[in-house]
Write a protein that binds this ligand. Structure first.
Ligand SMILES: [Zn+2]
Length: 354
């Protein structure tokens, strides 16, 4: 009940925002489709090449001042309302500048890290804590591409660790990550990320790689090592560790902790031919002992956030906090009709810099 109330409260708060980034458009402002292969799913396609001569219902109902009417036209509770508020329109004021590593201003650049899980049409309010619909995911990515400068987690780590001033960071960066390694990351997210040229890090559970949903120990299918390799080799996606068995490292003995850390790192490095030095703790569960064990095992980057999608007190990262306690903004299907840009703005506002 508390969760439901929070969702309603969040929806009410967010619905009161006036969109700052432009007018409503007849269709979700997916950019012009530039599919690189012939098997782009329908929901990934942008608007038709030939503009429709007649205005749509959504366009006709837009307020004269360009604000967005409340999206109440959907009768299906499982479907997100038309996310007109998420329609990204380029704003000249969001052109990124850059800061140089080691300078005072570089230490406090606010860096949001988004966390996604599974992407599926099966989303509904009972399972939405870690699922988002393909349509909403596409809208989110399109919006952040327009409003922010997506960078990879590795780029951020390199910047934080840069001692000679040779690295730069956009003043409005954003980072996309996924946990668990679901097949939908490969089938749904990867084409969108390629289309928009958005880098991402996927933290995988090595013992569930290639498992078929409902048959093994997982509910949803996970991508295979071959698919992981294809994504890794693209240069756009980085595969890192989410342990071997997805257990709570904060609630197990140190021998198991070491096994989880080391086996997952070993498998990723062996199967993908890359260094694995980033870990995201399942359930955000860890202890000081687990952190020390991670460092010893060779993890130089740690994400300590939990998976509480009802937590609206998200924060973002700043370079001077380092990369051993990175916080992320969990995005889920319950936020499918929420303007992700407003969510990020709120997280940025929550970050106090003394
Ligand atoms: Zn997980």
């Amino acid at each position: 009940m508390k969760k439901f109330a929070l969702i309603i409260a969040a929806a009410l708060i967010l619905s009161s925002f006036t969109p700052l980034h432009g007018n409503n458009t007849p269709s979700p402002a997916t950019p012009s489709p530039t599919p690189s292969s012939g098997k782009v799913p329908a929901w990934l396609q942008g608007p038709p090449a030939t503009p429709s001569p007649a205005p749509t219902e959504a366009a006709a109902s837009a307020a004269p001042d360009g604000s967005t009417p409340a999206p109440t036209q959907s009768g299906d509770p499982n479907q997100s309302p038309a996310p007109a508020a998420a329609s990204p329109v380029p704003s000249p004021t969001t052109k990124p500048g850059y800061v140089k590593a080691g300078t005072p201003e570089a230490e406090t650049v606010k860096v949001p890290i988004l966390l996604y899980h599974h992407i599926s049409e099966e989303f509904d309010l009972t399972n939405a804590i870690s699922i988002i619909s393909p349509r909403d995911f596409n809208l989110h990515m399109t919006a952040i591409k327009t409003q922010y400068k997506p960078i990879s987690l590795k780029e951020y780590v390199d910047f934080v660790n840069c001692k000679d001033g040779s690295k730069t960071l956009p003043t409005n960066p954003i980072i996309v990550t996924f946990d668990d390694g679901y097949l939908s990351n490969y089938e749904v997210a990867y084409p969108i990320l390629k289309k928009l040229e958005i880098p991402a890090t996927i933290f995988i559970v090595t013992d569930t790689v290639g498992e078929i949903g409902g048959k093994g120990k997982v509910n949803y299918s996970h991508f295979t090592w071959e698919q992981a390799k294809e994504m890794q080799d693209s240069g756009l996606i980085d595969i890192e560790s989410h342990t071997n068995d997805h257990i709570k490292l904060g609630e197990t003995d140190i021998d198991t902790v070491n096994y989880e850390l080391r086996k997952s790192k070993y498998l990723i490095e062996k199967k993908l031919g890359k260094t694995c030095d980033m870990i995201a703790y399942p359930y955000g569960s860890y202890t000081d002992e687990a952190i020390q064990a991670s460092k010893k095992a060779g993890y130089n980057v740690q994400c300590l956030v939990g998976d509480d999608a009802t937590n609206i007190d998200y924060e973002v990262n700043i370079p001077r906090d380092g990369v051993m306690n990175l916080t992320r903004i969990t995005v889920s299907g319950t936020m499918g009709n929420v303007n992700v840009i407003e969510l990020v703005r709120k997280a940025i506002a929550n970050k106090n810099i003394d």
